[in-house]
Write a protein that binds this ligand. Structure first.
Ligand code: NAD
Length: 358
C-alpha cells in the first residue's frame, strides 16, 4: 500500500498538459539530472534503477537522496523484471518512458560482457514488451550513443552515416538497440526516439569517465595516462555538458508523437527517430587535462602512451543540425565552463564532504 502510494505520488503531474514519465536508470548520472528537471517543471516522474555496483554505489545512493528531496521516488529493480515493470504500469498510466538504464562504459566489456547483453539488449526488449502491451502505450525516448559511429572516419558524424563498424561490445549493443527500436516501431506502432549522446560530463558524473578519474588522480598526484593514436596525435572527444543533454532530452520528450498501437492501425505510422546530441566542438584529451590543471591549480603528471585497442575510438564529433531543427537543441556550455561546475561539485562532494553538495 505504502509502496503504491509512493509510486502514485511521485508520478502525479502538476498540470493536465504535463507528462507522466517512467525514467529507467534514474539513479544514474544522466537519469538523476533528467528526473529532477522533469519534476521541477511539473511533470510526473517515477524512477527505476537496479543500483548495480559498476561504480561507487554510495554515489548512486547520494543521488537517490537528492531525487527523494526533489519528490522523485526511485523503485529499486531490474528492467529485466517484467512483473515489476508490469506492476508499475498497472499503477501509473505513463505517457512517456525515458530509458537510460544500461551497462555503460566501453572497457568493462572485456571483464563482464554479459552485463551489456543483460541490460542493453535483454533489458531493452523486456521494457519494450511491457510498453507494447500497456494501455495507453507510452512514447519512448532512449539513450543510444555516439559509439555507434565506431570506426567511421567521416567527421562530423551525422545520423545518416554508417554505423556498421562498432569498436566495442558496448557500441554493438547500442547499435542493436537501434535495430530493436525499428522492429517494435514497425510491428507494434511504438513511437521511439533514440538519442546518440556524445561524452556527457558534469556534476554527479560517472567515476569511470576520464574527466572524473583525471580529476581524482591529479589531486592525488598520481600519474594520468593520455593515449595518442599512432600518426594521428591526441584522442579527441565532443564533450557535452549535462545541462545541454537534459535540454535535448526534454526537447525529444516534448516533440514525441503518441504511439499508434499494433500495426500502426490507429493513426498511421508511429514515429521512429534518431538524433545526435553533442557539442560540435571536439577537444583533444590533452587540452581537457590542461583545463583541469588550471581549475585544480595542480600540475598533472602526464604519461603519454600509444592507444591500445580497448574499444575506444580516436575522436568523436557530432553534427547536430537535425536535433537543432527538430528538437530546438542548441548546446551552450563550453568545456571550460562545464568543467568549472564539475570541479566545484567534486571538491564539495569528495574533498570538503559538504552536505550542500547534495
Ligand atoms: P549510469 O551508469 O550513471 O546510469 C545508468 C543507470 O542504469 C545506473 O544507475 C545503473 O544502476 C542502472 N542500470 C543498469 N542496468 C540496469 C538494469 N538492468 N535495470 C535497471 N537499472 C539498471 O550512466 P549514464 O552516464 O547516466 O548513462 C545513461 C545512459 O546514457 C546509458 O544508457 C548510457 O549508455 C547512455 N550514454 C551515456 C553517455 C555518457 O557520456 N554519460 C554517452 C553515451 C550514451
Amino acid at each position: 500500500r505504502d509502496w503504491e502510494r509512493r509510486v502514485s505520488r511521485s508520478a502525479r503531474r502538476r498540470s493536465e498538459s504535463g507528462l507522466t514519465v517512467l525514467v529507467t536508470g534514474a539513479a544514474g548520472f544522466v537519469g538523476t539530472h533528467i528526473s529532477v528537471a522533469l519534476k521541477r517543471r511539473g511533470d510526473g516522474v517515477l524512477g527505476v534503477d537496479s543500483f548495480n555496483h559498476y561504480y561507487d554505489p554510495n554515489l548512486k545512493r547520494a543521488r537517490q537522496r537528492l531525487l527523494d528531496r526533489a519528490g522523485v521516488f526511485v523503485v529499486e529493480g531490474d528492467i529485466n523484471d517484467a512483473s515489476l515493470l508490469q506492476k508499475l504500469f498497472d499503477v501509473v498510466a505513463f505517457t512517456h518512458v525515458m530509458h537510460l538504464a544500461a551497462q555503460a562504459g566501453v572497457r568493462y566489456a572485456m571483464q563482464n560482457p554479459g552485463s551489456y547483453v543483460h541490460s542493453n539488449i535483454a533489458g531493452f526488449v523486456n521494457l519494450l514488451e511491457v510498453c507494447k502491451s500497456a494501455n495507453p502505450q507510452p512514447s519512448i525516448v532512449w539513450a543510444s550513443s555516439s559509439s555507434v559511429y565506431g570506426l567511421n572516419s567521416k567527421v562530423p558524424f551525422s545520423e545518416k552515416d554508417r554505423t556498421d563498424q562498432p569498436a566495442s561490445l558496448y557500441a554493438a549493443t547500442k547499435k542493436a538497440g537501434e535495430e530493436i527500436a525499428h522492429t517494435y516501431n514497425h510491428i507494434y506502432g511504438l513511437s521511439i526516439t533514440g538519442l546518440r549522446f556524445f561524452t556527457v560530463y558534469g556534476p554527479w558524473g560517472r567515476p569511470d569517465m576520464a574527466y572524473f578519474f583525471f580529476t581524482k588522480d591529479i589531486l592525488k598526484g598520481k600519474p594520468i595516462k593520455i593515449f595518442e593514436a599512432a600518426n594521428h596525435g591526441a584522442v579527441a572527444r565532443d564533450f557535452t555538458y549535462i545541462d545541454d543533454i537534459v535540454k535535448g532530452c526534454l526537447g525529444a520528450l516534448d516533440t514525441a508523437k503518441k504511439s499508434t498501437g499494433s500495426g500502426g492501425k490507429k493513426k498511421g505510422p508511429a514515429q521512429l527517430r534518431v538524433f545526435n546530441l553533442g557539442n560540435t566542438a571536439p577537444v583533444p584529451v590533452t587540452e581537457l587535462v590542461s583545463i583541469l590543471e588550471k581549475l585544480l591549480k595542480v600540475r598533472a603528471k602526464r604519461l603519454v602512451l600509444p592507444m591500445p585497442r580497448n574499444g575506444d575510438v580516436r575522436f568523436t564529433h557530432a553534427n547536430i543540425s537535425l536535433a537543432h531543427r527538430e528538437l530546438g537543441y542548441r548546446p551552450t556550455t563550453n568545456l571550460e565552463t562545464g568543467l568549472k561546475k564539475f570541479v566545484r561539485w567534486y571538491l564539495d562532494y569528495y574533498v570538503e564532504k559538504k552536505k550542500s553538495a547534495w
